[in-house]
Design a protein around this ligand. Sequence first.
Ligand code: ADP
Ligand code: MG
Length: 209
Amino acid sequence: MMDIALARHWVEALAAAVDAHQERLTQLDSAIGDADHGANMHRGLTAVLAAQTSYRPESVGQLLVEVGTTLISSVGGASGPLYGTAFRATGQALPAADPDAAELLTALRAGLDAVRELGAAAPGDKTMVDAFLPALDAFEEELRAGGDLAAAAARAAVAAEEGARATVPLQARKGRASYLGPRSIGHQDPGATSTALLFGALAEAAAAR
Ligand code: ADP
Ligand code: MG
């Protein structure tokens, strides 16, 4: 089950991970983009942490919607609206009561659907979708096998990292990296890499229970 305290921990762990990996995200984006992904994510999560102190959410859903709204308003790059939409759609799909792991999975699927609707990226286009989708499939598999939220999130984090690494040989078909055409091949997608941090943070927060 996820309650507001766990959701806050998730967001804080994500902010810490983005802080620790900011350089790496920037390096990846300098190879196939405009070298701002680390800065974009850092600006967004810093704004989220600052706003957290005045959030008074009555549900996990409300908290995630607020996180998404803050990301959209604080990040200029493509990733701000995309992650912001993911958090907002996930939050909107959650029930008013604390969600169990299956309800969280359903809501995260709604979050991914919203990203795909906004960005029109298909799996294999070398975007955050290539980490997000395998993460949710692994999460679902673990729940089906009887695992709890912590186990499912741990599996999702591993799958997201594998998904991010699997973007290396792909040619980008969406976002700035697509302008490079075949020259985008051979580099890991920055957004897929930050999505792995998102699921790593969820696993960290869930494991702390
Ligand atoms: P910008 O591309 O505006 O500089 P960022 O550098 O912060 O924004 O984010 C780049 C990341 O955003 C990419 O690595 C990719 O994962 C993701 N991205 C870009 N366009 C799309 C899209 N249309 N759909 C999904 N993800 C996308
Ligand atoms: Mg960029």
